[in-house]
Design a protein around this ligand. Sequence first.
Ligand code: IYR
Length: 218
Amino acid sequence: MKEEPLRFERIPAEESIAFARHHAIKMAERRSVRAFSTDPVAESVVLDCIRAAVTAPSGANGQPWHFVVVSDPKTKSEIRKAAEAEERAFYEHRATQAWLDALSDLGTDANKPFLEKAPYLIAIFQERVKSDHQGGTAKHYYPLESVGIATGILIGALHQAGLACLTHTPSPMKFLQKILGRPSRERPFLLLVTGYPADDAKVPCIERKALSEVLSRV
Ligand code: IYR
């Protein structure tokens, strides 16, 4: 094992306390947005947020992820068409009544105009097996957890950088693989729709669980 000294700078406790509070308040303002503006966003913002995401811890440092940043209008249209076909099947017959009931407060349906309106769709893929670049493959450990953590970091970074996003998972998402030409050892994980919210964007009234409900201390 090769080692190197850890680069870690302690910050004063008061700064730590203030930062954590500020970060929590800022993150509490995050909402999933379904109405996007067509206003452009500098690509470097999205790329830097992905730069943050790929620092995520991963099983045996396998880094089992791939991100495709889609801004080409034709590709976005193709994705919208394919996603809406799956969503129509979902809303018309695939979803159970219980699932539709659980979604009713969100007001969602099979129409997904945001897939064309938003300036970026970030398609996130999970590698099922590792490529060793010599034609061989090896196992990934905890790939789903790893990609989930990276996606969480990405969502936080986008929000802190002043952008809105939507985690979108038309199911099944196999079409993404084809449209984006990704290899079969990858599996689509999530589509992150990214940009500024539309000026008249509305969001459902939701309540977040109180910290006391989701946190215990022993
Ligand atoms: N994929 C569908 C349905 C949907 C499912 C869940 I779980 C949500 O939290 C929201 C929507 C759609 O995007 O409409």
